[in-house]
Design a protein around this ligand. Structure first.
Ligand SMILES: Cc1ncc(C[n+]2csc(CCOP(=O)(O)OP(=O)(O)O)c2C)c(N)n1
Ligand SMILES: [Mg+2]
Length: 578
């Protein structure tokens, strides 16, 4: 039979349960957009900028079991989407990127949008594939989906030249998708026994959970309870262990961690790290001390020993490996009695940290701890929170208790600002019945805020909390410590009410602590009626997070002595002379 590449691609997307695609049409992919428009299953979503499309696709993958998909024009579509693709790559998030390609059936060079896209896509993706004939459209998309979702997930790029999309070509059949097909590996029994022995023999075991453990919250809790081990998470993995659990301590466990985690892990002699790469942010710039007895579980064997040597490494799916490890623990040992002293200390430390923040006088501004407590009280446990990158990220990490896995999403290792606004849209498309909010700094907001027009167009009631401090605070704070000044970190005036007017959102302002609770209630009422809301929060950033203080100190300590002296002298002389 003869089919256009566009109709074949849409057949494949329907088979792959792709409900939404994100992108912008251009001359190379209009046939594909026409076919998407004909589909009863897939809805193509128009965005304002392909960067937004990529963040939407990323978020959709993070909060659901579907694969976020882009449909973009060659070259310019890819370069615009690159930040979101990079984010998905370093965060282990599956994504399918379908870009049209220039014509391959004509002899001309210097075609519109002509560059070597595959070369550009390669370092940003797990794989970059090109379709060269009609027969390969469907199998290539199935292959891309399998690569994107297997092992450590990630983005996969597929180029389909416009002549294949637009013209008909011969195919033998329309293959049905037969499922993932890849079976995970499972470590040797002896490795489980060794891991269980180390954990049972430890004086103070601890658990450190990353995003890779997102489907393993239940079994991780059972192991923590069995061992009476405190639990800390990475930044990306903040949601994987409920903050309400008595053994939950917080984000990180080294000098950049909150006091509850820092203290609970101070004499940890056996660490069970699950679904984490022990990367820079997770470890507070590698400042965390990891004990010799590290048991490292990950689906990607490349992470073992990358930064910290593991005494035992267990390659496989976090959930399956933890289930087997728990069985081994039960067969070799007995559960420890509840460590009430440890649990009491965790709660005491958490309470004291909160009180420290509450004591911060935020006159005429909004106290972060009071804001997060009020938001938590008004948000259901299954609400999705999307963050951006900045000071607000670490404030949220330290002060907002997350109750359920995959309900907090944020940019981490690629660490690209501009994530939150579109990510909240992707999350709302994926989970239309859930409340979705974004917490975003004013700098990050400016990067992608026009995407709120997309939310308004689709009647997506998302609440955008913009922490409006007038500067790029996360960087400005570090600049002030190091340079005693903060060049290029002050933002121009931003009229958020104007942005609301321009995008079709409602506008609410929180000027001080007294306005927090009623403003949140009002914003969520409006959002429930299907309108996005921009909440202008006059946040008080005068107190630094534990993370910022810890990370600056850790980095400084590691500088060579002459450089340390140079920097210290500079800051002292600037303090004296202004
Ligand atoms: C694309 C990109 N550009 C620059 C940075 C560096 N950066 C990290 S945090 C930050 C400040 C963010 O400012 P804002 O969005 O206002 O958030 P705040 O820190 O004030 O909460 C900057 C500039 C980055 N992470 N990503
Ligand atoms: Mg700011």
């Amino acid at each position: 039979m003869r089919k256009t590449g566009a109709s074949l691609a849409v057949h494949a997307l329907e088979q792959l349960r792709v409900r939404h695609t994100f992108g912008i049409p251009g001359v190379h992919n209009t046939e594909l957009y026409d076919e998407l428009n004909n589909s009863n299953y897939v809805t193509p979503v128009l965005v304002t900028h392909e960067c937004g499309a990529a963040y939407m696709a990323d978020a959709l993958s993070r909060v659901s079991d579907r694969v976020g998909t882009l449909v973009i024009v060659p070259a310019a579509g890819l370069t615009h989407a690159a930040s979101g693709i990079g984010e998905a790559l370093l965060a282990g998030v599956p994504m399918l990127i379908i870009a049209a390609g220039v014509r391959t059936d004509i002899p001309y060079r210097y075609q519109l949008h002509q560059i070597d896209q595959l070369e550009l896509a390669r370092p940003l993706t797990k794989a970059a594939l090109r379709v060269t004939e009609h027969r390969r459209v469907v199998p290539t998309l199935y292959q891309a989906w399998r690569i994107a979702t297997s092992g450590e997930p990630g983005p996969v790029f597929v180029e389909i030249p416009v002549n294949i999309l637009l013209f008909t070509g011969e195919v033998d059949d329309l293959p049905v998708f037969s499922g993932p097909g890849m079976q995970g590996v499972m470590p040797q029994k002896t490795a489980f026994a060794r891991a269980a022995e180390l954990l049972l023999a430890a004086r103070q075991p601890g658990l450190f959970l990353g995003w890779g453990a997102r489907e393993a919250s239940g079994v991780a809790a059972e192991i923590a309870e069995f061992l009476q081990a405190p639990v800390s998470t990475t930044l990306q993995g903040l949601s994987v262990f409920p903050a309400t659990h008595p053994l939950h301590t917080g984000f990180g466990f080294g000098p950049s961690a909150v006091p509850a985690a820092r203290n609970a892990f101070s004499d940890c002699d056996c660490l069970l790290g699950v679904g984490t790469r022990f990367g820079e942010i997770a470890t507070g710039s590698f400042g965390a001390t990891v004990p010799e007895n590290l048991i490292h579980i990950d689906i990607n064997p490349e992470v073992f020993g990358a930064n910290y040597p593991a005494a035992v490494s267990l390659e496989g799916d976090a959930c399956a490996v933890l289930v087997a490890l728990l069985a081994e623990l039960k067969s070799l040992g007995r559960p420890r009695p509840a460590d009430t002293e440890l649990q009491r200390r965790i709660q005491r430390d958490k309470q004291a940290y909160r009180e420290e923040w509450y004591a911060q006088p935020s006159i005429g501004r909004v106290n972060p701890a009071r804001f997060f407590d009020a938001l938590r009280r008004q948000l259901p446990d299954d609400a999705v929170v999307a963050l951006d990158d900045g000071n607000h990220t670490y404030l949220t990490a330290e002060l907002f208790p997350v109750h359920r896995s995959k309900t907090l999403i944020l940019p981490t290792d690629f660490n690209s600002m501009g994530y939150a606004v579109p990510a909240a849209i992707g999350a709302k498309f994926a989970r239309p019945d859930a409340e979705v909010v974004a917490i975003v700094g004013d700098g990050g907001f400016m990067m992608t805020c026009m995407e709120i027009a997309t939310a308004a167009l689709h009647g997506l009631g998302i609440v955008y909390y913009v922490f409006h401090d007038g500067e790029l605070s996360q960087i400005a704070q570090a600049q002030r410590i190091t340079y005693n000044r903060a060049p290029c970190s002050t933002l121009g005036a931003l009229n958020l009410e104007g942005v609301a007017l321009a995008t079709g959102a409602a506008y609410v302002r929180i000027g001080d602590d007294g306005e927090i609770a009623p403003a949140i209630a009002r914003a969520h009422e409006t959002a429930k009626a299907g309108q996005p809301v921009i909440v202008d929060v006059a946040i008080d950033y005068s107190k630094r997070t534990a993370f910022t203080q810890g990370a600056v100190k850790t980095n400084f300590r590691r500088f060579p002595l002459p450089q340390k002296l140079r920097m210290a002298m500079r800051v002292i002389s600037r303090k004296l002379t202004g």
